[in-house]
Design a protein around this ligand. Structure first.
Ligand SMILES: Nc1nc2c(c(=O)[nH]1)N[C@H]1C(S)=C(S)[C@@H](COP(=O)(O)O)O[C@H]1N2
Ligand SMILES: [Mo]
Length: 317
């Protein structure tokens, strides 16, 4: 890892958070004046990459399985805006600017508004939840994610009764991201309203008790632990409430491979590979990950199966 973590920095070097923020802000203004490329070379960029978060463990949401090392979770990523291989996001997102950051909330809500991320972070106390996370590519990790239920934010913007879906749009900025061809940027994902309001759906600002690494989708993403990883949109700038199922990046690209629902389901194979098993990436097996059976709804069936009662999950994959 090229990024220095907060814990690797001697305590004498640690600057209180607020001072760091002010410094980041003034640095950003300075950079804006200098031109970002020239400026970035003059100033250190790594020391404040991670802020400690004030989190309380949520004991209801703890997976008693070996946790994936933070270094793995932050070096083996899918974030196609920064490149399509697993190591691209960590390499290409180092200078990604995550402040100032706003989230535009629009569509079928009583109060469309633009929210400042720092205010959103303070809206509710942050919890740490240890979730299983499974990619559609049949690997999985166990990660402590930090945030609060997305429902808490949704309630404050008062969706109209006609709002049936929520769409998430990620940042698409050519100055900051590679944005490879062949994809329709911005990255778009969506959930049905009841899925978005489910307490497991986490508005996520951090992991392992620290702010998200850029490659993980800093400064804010969602985590939907019973669905394939691609439903968990990163670096979100817009949340839109709609009455129709929104178009989503992977469903648009290959609808026969990636459905809108994308619930983790060992009984419905991807057309090109089985979904019955997964490679668990954790510290016990970094070279030869063990293969374990995949659980329906990624093991969260007790909590979420009811959302899909009566639905044919082979059809609505
Ligand atoms: N904006 C955006 N969000 C995204 C992706 C992406 O390419 N762009 N990839 C998705 C996929 S396929 C997965 S598996 C997870 C990966 O999250 P991680 O890198 O934190 O493990 O992010 C999801 N969210
Ligand atoms: Mo994924």
């Amino acid at each position: 890892m090229l990024i220095r973590r907060a814990k690797e920095i001697a305590s004498s070097e640690i600057t209180p958070k607020e001072t760091l923020r002010a410094f980041q802000r003034s640095r950003r203004e300075l950079l804006a004046g200098l031109g970002a490329v020239a400026g970035a070379a003059l100033l250190p960029t790594e020391a404040w990459a991670f802020d400690k978060l004030n989190v309380t463990e949520n004991n209801k949401y703890v997976v008693n399985e070996t946790v994936t090392p933070q270094a793995k979770a932050q070096s083996y990523n899918n974030f196609y805006e920064f490149g399509t291989s697993k190591s691209d996001p960590a390499a290409n997102a180092k200078k990604f600017r995550t402040r100032p950051w706003t989230i535009r909330v629009e569509g079928l809500v009583k109060k469309p508004q633009t929210l400042d991320l720092d205010a959103v972070m303070k809206l509710r106390p942050m919890e740490q939840r240890v979730y299983r996370f499974r990619c559609v590519e049949a690997w999985s990790m166990v990660i402590p994610w930090d945030g609060y239920s997305l429902a808490e934010l949704v309630k404050t913007v008062e969706p109209l009764p006609s709002a049936k879906y929520v769409q998430f749009l990620s940042l698409a900025d050519r100055q900051e991201m590679q944005l490879p061809g062949g994809y329709d940027w911005p990255y778009s994902e969506g959930l049905r309203m009841d899925e978005a309001m489910h307490p497991l759906t986490l508005l996520t600002f951090g992991s392992y008790g620290e702010t998200l690494a850029n490659q993980q989708g800093a400064p804010v993403r969602v985590i939907v632990p019973w669905k394939y990883g691609f439903k968990s949109a990163k670096s979100i700038v817009k949340i839109r409430f709609t009455d129709k199922q929104p178009s989503t990046t992977w469903n648009d690209l290959a609808p026969q491979e990636y459905g809108f629902y994308s619930n983790v389901n060992p009984y419905v194979d991807h057309p090109r590979w089985s979904q019955a098993h997964e490679r668990r990436l954790d510290s016990s097996n970094s070279l030869f990950p063990r293969t374990i059976p995949t659980q329906p709804f990624n093991g969260y069936g007790n909590e979420v199966a009811g959302l899909y009662a009566g639905m044919d999950l082979k059809k609505y994959y």
